[in-house]
Design a protein around this ligand. Structure first.
Ligand SMILES: *Cc1c(COP(=O)(O)O)cnc(C)c1O
Length: 425
């Protein structure tokens, strides 16, 4: 036997790799063994090095199910990673609600009750200024419901500076027009005044829409009109605040929130549940009791109805504590620095070229555009990026100037050890 053949790992050695063992549970042991045998064959034919057999087998496994990921990107609300990770309480609430549950029943008298009423009560309690609340599938659905119920066949007045694309090619103007409403664009990309709105408002107006321009900022010679000034126009004002802060947050002074928008006179506020609120994918509608009831009774509301698991997770998130998005937002940079230095030192004793590096984290998901949060990362050679991404759990960092940065802001401190293991396994 030639020397390189002897260096090909035996099948049982390969199958003892933790990633392949975990994959066996998910995919069945037969499929994992087949991937190992195929990788050994490739090594025998000289297509890959014997040392790469296990890596090749891991890489060749078919993708099944959603894989858990440690988010070391420094982007708190990362849409490609499922946005907000749920709190432990929200996860248990979902598990409990997974069986039969009283989602639409009052157990006291055995009669039908409003769907998700305890979650609605928690939302109403979190925003006392809202006379009515309703929850649909996501933020886009909340806007569609508002546009359909309040402006179908009529006009939505919106600033040209707020006609945004929210990602993956979805554009809010197209979404609104798909409901049968007409858009009445006012102002220019950089400047819109209250007079622009006033000139456009008339008998055809369904509502004036104020959109949080997520993902970008307009700088320089700009002006936009706050909700306060729009509320004097005599027509309903819908504020799409986007990221779902219910009240002002000290770390994000420029980010709009539901309570302030309602206090400024918004008739209706729409927001996402899985951005800065830190809960499950959901669309929140908050506003006057009568208008919210009208939306809730609209036939389309049934098609946008939210699932019982979502209601359970949303309520647990609203009742807190320990919501991971808020923990990441509030993380103390000095504590992150200590963790990064400790982890980097441990990795150096493992023989890895690692050091702590100051970084800038962001909110992401369209929240707080242009705002950065001081953070700390462990910096590693770039070649670790692929193997960490293919690990179990996968670890996703970001690559900058030939180095892989593992930003610790969104990594719970209890998982630092897993990061070290992932680098050394
Ligand atoms: C994210 C966002 C939406 C869409 O909300 P989803 O929950 O993703 O459907 C709409 N408007 C704004 C301003 C947003 O930031």
């Amino acid at each position: 036997m030639t020397d390189f053949r002897r260096r090909i790992p035996r099948t049982d050695t390969a199958l003892a790799d933790p990633r392949l063992m975990a994959a066996g549970v998910r995919l069945g042991h037969g499929a994992v063994k087949a991937a190992v045998v195929a990788a050994q064959e490739r090594a025998r034919r000289g297509e890959i090095a014997p040392e790469d057999v296990i890596e090749a087998a891991v890489g060749a496994l078919p993708a099944v199910g959603l894989r858990p990921v440690i988010n070391a990107t420094g982007v708190i609300v990362h849409t490609n990673l499922g946005r907000a990770p749920l709190s432990a309480d929200a996860v248990s609430a979902m598990v409990e609600a997974a069986g039969y549950t009283d989602v639409e029943l009052d157990l006291k008298d055995g009669r039908r009750a409003r769907r998700g009423r305890t979650a609605m009560a928690a939302l109403a309690a979190a925003v006392p200024g809202a006379g009515g609340v309703h929850v649909v599938n996501n933020g886009a659905a909340a806007l569609v419901l508002a546009a359909t119920a309040l402006a179908q066949g009529r006009e939505i007045v919106v600033s040209r500076g707020e006609m945004v694309e929210i990602g993956d090619g979805f554009r809010l103007p197209d979404l609104l027009v798909s409901t049968g409403a007409r858009l009445r664009e006012v102002g220019t990309t950089n400047r819109t005044t209250v007079a622009d709105y006033a000139n456009a408002v008339g008998p055809e107006t369904g509502f004036v829409l104020k959109v949080h321009p997520s993902n970008f900022v307009v700088q320089g010679f700009t002006s936009s009109v706050p909700v306060d000034d729009l509320s004097g126009l005599g027509v309903p004002v819908v504020a799409d605040i986007g990221s779902g802060l219910l009240a002002p947050h000290p770390a994000l002074p420029d980010e709009p929130d539901a309570a302030s928008a309602l206090a400024a006179g918004a008739t209706l506020v729409t927001a996402s549940g899985d951005k800065l609120l830190g809960g499950p994918q959901a669309g929140l509608l908050l506003g006057g009791a009568a208008i919210v009831e009208r939306l809730r009774r609209h036939p389309l509301a049934r098609a946008l109805r939210v699932d019982k698991l979502t209601l359970a997770a949303l309520e647990a998130t609203l009742r807190g504590p320990d919501v991971p998005v808020l923990t990441a937002l509030a993380a103390d940079p000095e504590a992150l620095r200590d963790r990064a230095e400790t982890l980097a030192a441990a990795l150096r004793t493992d023989g890895i070229d690692a050091h702590a590096a100051a970084t800038e984290a962001v909110v992401g998901g369209g929240g707080a555009p242009g705002h950065t949060l001081p953070s700390w990362a462990v910096s590693l050679p770039e070649r670790y990026a692929r193997r960490l991404r293919l690990g179990d759990p996968a670890v996703l960092g970001r690559v900058e100037r030939g180095r892989l940065l593992l930003d610790l802001r969104c990594v719970p401190a209890a998982r630092d050890l897993e990061l070290r293991k992932a680098c050394t396994s």
